[in-house]
Design a protein around this ligand. Structure first.
Ligand code: FNR
Length: 377
């Protein structure tokens, strides 16, 4: 994008340029409860804070006087070409921040030509999100349930609705989020239909018809979700029952990355869920190098948790990630201006990333990965 085009675009925009700006405006716009749900982390929020601090301790040495009039930002991931190595992180309950919720984000993903990753706990169903995403690329983020038949049927619905990969999140059992507890906040309170993907699921309806006659929907869902009984063996079983590649999200331990691949994973997502689950666990960026080494290019390694601008994307890629996912920044864009807000946030990342590559004297992702990282503790 030229300077003139950028200036013209910026005259119309209402969305802040920085993460701090996005967060401030979202805080002013959303209720205390909803803002707390998005922004907060688990426990003392140490991991949430350290995710960002860890990035601030890393830097890289650029090149100059290289021919960088053309910069190639494209990557190939799971056999698909993508314009940038920057994707949506799966985020549930988006209707809390904007009435169009996931539908707006899925539309934005389509126009940006990057995959939309629909969460199991989306406020719209797998089918509704697929429709909004039209002929875009989409993946389905799976939370397993204690009922294997229900879990498998969620995957089957994703297959039938044009999703091309499964992101199986394994770092979520039960969190301790103090801000939500203080605010007495439950994501599916406030008049929203709870768990649309489960409630609309024919296998769930069939298996729990009896229980639903005598117990509440909330208790019925809670009898199978969250699931703290998932094992690597179950991953193997699941991977044999779907034609879609499974990426395992929530890995911080190289040994787990090895086991995931042994049990059928076709991709690893290094993540600590943006500091929302296990307080005290290491910043995700500090876990990346060892995992990249362990995986040894057998499958792609993606990264999320703490990406706040293009320099963080650069750092994660130099460390060996094949692509990154961003979470809260786009959720704030959604809160501030729906589909357009989401789009603006991603376009900022794209343009700043392209310019950063040029400034670092590199014209391809392959070259970017050869830069060296330094610790500036
Ligand atoms: C999430 N995340 C998440 N992850 C997932 O696998 N399934 C989900 O349903 C959700 N839901 C969710 C809701 C909200 C409000 C947030 C902020 C996050 C975690 C998400 O995919 C990602 O791991 C983090 O958001 C990445 O960290 P940053 O970019 O927010 O720092």
């Amino acid at each position: 994008m030229s300077e003139r085009e950028l200036k013209e675009k910026n005259q119309e925009r209402t969305i802040p340029f920085t993460f701090q700006g996005l967060e401030e405006q979202a805080r002013a716009k959303l209720s205390k409860e909803v803002f707390g749900y998005v922004a907060s982390g688990a426990g003392t929020e140490q991991t949430l804070r350290k995710n960002l601090e860890a990035f601030d301790q890393l830097t890289f040495r650029p090149h100059t006087c290289m021919q960088v009039d053309k910069v190639y930002t494209e990557i190939e991931l799971l056999g698909t070409k993508l314009p940038f190595p920057i994707l949506f992180a799966p985020v549930g309950n988006q209707k809390q921040v904007h009435p169009d919720g996931e539908l707006a984000s899925a539309r934005a993903a389509n126009s940006l030509q990057i995959p939309y990753i629909a969460s199991t706990v989306s406020s719209y169903t797998i089918e509704q999100i697929a429709k909004a995403n039209e002929n875009g690329k989409r993946w389905f983020q799976l939370y397993s349930t204690k009922d294997d038949e229900v879990t498998l049927n969620l995957v089957k619905r994703a297959e039938q609705n044009g999703y091309s990969a499964i992101v199986l999140t394994v770092d979520m059992a039960q969190s301790w989020r103090v801000r939500d507890m203080k605010n007495n906040f439950l994501p599916f309170s406030r008049g929203q239909q709870p768990y649309p993907n489960l409630v609309s699921d024919p296998v769930f309806q069939q298996n729990y018809q009896g229980k639903l006659e005598t117990d509440s929907l909330e208790n019925t869902v809670r009898s199978i979700f969250p699931n703290s009984t998932f094992t690597w063996k179950k991953l193997k079983k699941l991977s044999k029952k779907t034609s879609l590649p499974i990426l395992v999200k929530g890995i911080l331990n190289p040994e787990d990355a090895r086991l995931a691949i042994q049990h059928g994973a076709k991709g690893i997502i290094v993540s600590n869920h943006g500091g929302r689950m296990l307080d005290g666990c290491m910043p995700a960026i500090n876990a990346l190098t060892d995992i990249v080494k362990e995986v040894d290019r057998k499958v792609p390694v993606l990264f999320d948790s703490g990406i706040r601008s293009a320099k963080d994307v650069m750092i994660a890629l130099i460390m060996g990630a094949d692509a990154v996912l961003i979470g809260r920044p786009f959720v704030y864009g959604l809160a501030l201006n729906g589909e357009k807000g989401v789009q603006t946030v991603f376009l900022d990342y794209f343009e700043e990333f392209r310019r950063s590559m040029r400034l670092a004297g590199i014209s391809s992702i392959h070259q970017l990965k050869k830069l060296k990282l330094y610790n500036i503790k």
